[in-house]
Design a protein around this ligand. Structure first.
Ligand code: FAD
Ligand code: FES
Length: 273
C-alpha cells in the first residue's frame, strides 16, 4: 500500500563525517509494522532517482502512530532524503517483507554489524523482558561511529550489550563474530543452548551474516538473518532482488528478498552464489 506519511523529525546524528540520520514518520505504517520489515521510500518528487529506496523499520510506536528509520548517506537517494523538512509528506510503500520471529521465552542473542543494528532495535522494543533474556553483540568501525549510530539511546533501552570496534576505541578490539564465538563457547550459555532455548537474529554486511550463520550452525543454534539486496519494485514483481536458498532436501530455490525476506532462516541461504 502506498501511503503519505508526515515527517516528524529528520536530523543528523552524531559526527557529520559518519553521515547518519534519524527520520520519524507519522501515519498508518506503524499500525501494522512488525520488527524486521522495511519501507520503500520515495526520496524526491521528481523522477530522478526513479526508484524508491528500502530502509528498515527501526522503531514502531503504535500509540503515537510513528515509525523510526535510521539511514546512512551513501549516494544520491539518501542524500536527497536529508533535504526533507519536518511536516513535509513523503510517499511510502509498506510495511514490506517478512519480520523476525519474536520469541516468547528463552534467550535471544542479537548480532549486529555496523548500521545492521537498526532493524534489530525494533525487535528489542517488542520483547517481553520478563520472559526472554536479550543480549546484543554490536560491532562497528570505531567509537565515533558507535556514538553517532545512537549508542546512548541504545543503552537507554536497557539492553545487555557487548561491543567491538575494529580499532579498539570502544569495547573489544576486533570483529563482532569473535564476540559471538566467545559467547557461544562460554559455559554460561550451555544450559540454555542444550534446552534449545537460544535463538540468534542478525543483520549486517553479507560476509558477516555468512560468518554468523556458520558459527551458529556449528553450535546448533537457530539463526535468522536480515538480508540486503539492491531493490527496484520492493513488492515481489521485478525479481531484481532474488537470492538462492536450499530446502531441507538440498534443492536449490530462488527467493525474493523483498517479499519472502528480508528476514530468512540462515541455514537455508546459499551464501556463495
Ligand atoms: C531491506 C533493506 C533494508 C535496508 N535498511 C537500511 C537502513 O535501515 N538504513 C540504511 O542506511 N540503509 C539501509 N539499506 C540500504 C539502503 O537502501 C541503501 O543504502 C540506499 O538504497 C542507497 O541509496 P542511494 O541512492 O543513496 O545510493 P545509490 O546511489 O543507489 O548507491 C550508492 C552505492 O551504494 C551501493 N548500494 C546501494 N544500495 C545498496 C544495497 N542495498 N546493498 C549493497 N550496496 C548498495 C550501490 O551499488 C552504489 O555503489 C537497506 C537495504 C535493504 C535492501
Ligand atoms: S525488488 Fe522487485 S522483486 Fe524484489
Amino acid at each position: 500500500m502506498i501511503l503519505k506519511e508526515r515527517v516528524v523529525e529528520n536530523r543528523i546524528m552524531g559526527h557529520p563525517a559518519q553521515g547518519l540520520y534519524k527520520m520519524v514518520l507519522s501515519g498508518q505504517i506503524a499500525q501494522t509494522a512488525i520488527p524486521g520489515q522495511f519501507i520503500h521510500l520515495q526520496v524526491a518528487d521528481s523522477n530522478d532517482p526513479l526508484l524508491r529506496r528500502p530502509l528498515s523499520i527501526a522503531g514502531i510506536d503504535k500509540v503515537k502512530e510513528e515509525v523510526t528509520i535510521y539511514y546512512k548517506v551513501i549516494g544520491k537517494g539518501t542524500e536527497l532524503l536529508t533535504r526533507i523538512r519536518e511536516n513535509e509528506h513523503v510517499s511510502v510503500l509498506g510495511p514490506l517483507g517478512t519480520g523476525f520471529t519474536i520469541p516468547e521465552q528463552g534467550e535471544l542473542l542479537l548480532v549486529a554489524g555496523g548500521i545492521g543494528v537498526f532493524p534489530l532495535l525494533s525487535l528489542i522494543q517488542v520483547i517481553d523482558n520478563e520472559k526472554v533474556r536479550v543480549k546484543l553483540l554490536w560491532g562497528g568501525e570505531n567509537k565515533q561511529f558507535m556514538e553517532s549510530a545512537g549508542l546512548i539511546d541504545i543503552e537507554k533501552m536497557g539492553v545487555d550489550m557487548e561491543m567491538s570496534t575494529l580499532d579498539g576505541s570502544l569495547g573489544t578490539q576486533g570483529l563482532v563474530t569473535a564476540l559471538l564465538e566467545s559467547y557461544l563457547d562460554g559455559g554460561r550459555i550451555t544450559e540454555l543452548k542444550d534446552k534449545g532455548n537460544l535463538k540468534v537474529a542478525t543483520c549486517g554486511p553479507k560476509g558477516m551474516l555468512k560468518a554468523v550463520t556458520n558459527i551458529c550452525l556449528s553450535h546448533k543454534v537457530p539463526v535468522e538473518v536480515s538480508l540486503e539486496e539492491r531493490m527496484a519494485c520492493g513488492v515481489g514483481a521485478c525479481l531484481g532482488c532474488v537470492c538462492s536458498v536450499k530446502d531441507s532436501e538440498g534443492n536449490l530455490k530462488r527467493k525474493r528478498v523483498c517479499k519472502e525476506g528480508p528476514v530468512l532462516d540462515g541455514k537455508e541461504v546459499v551464501w556463495d552464489e
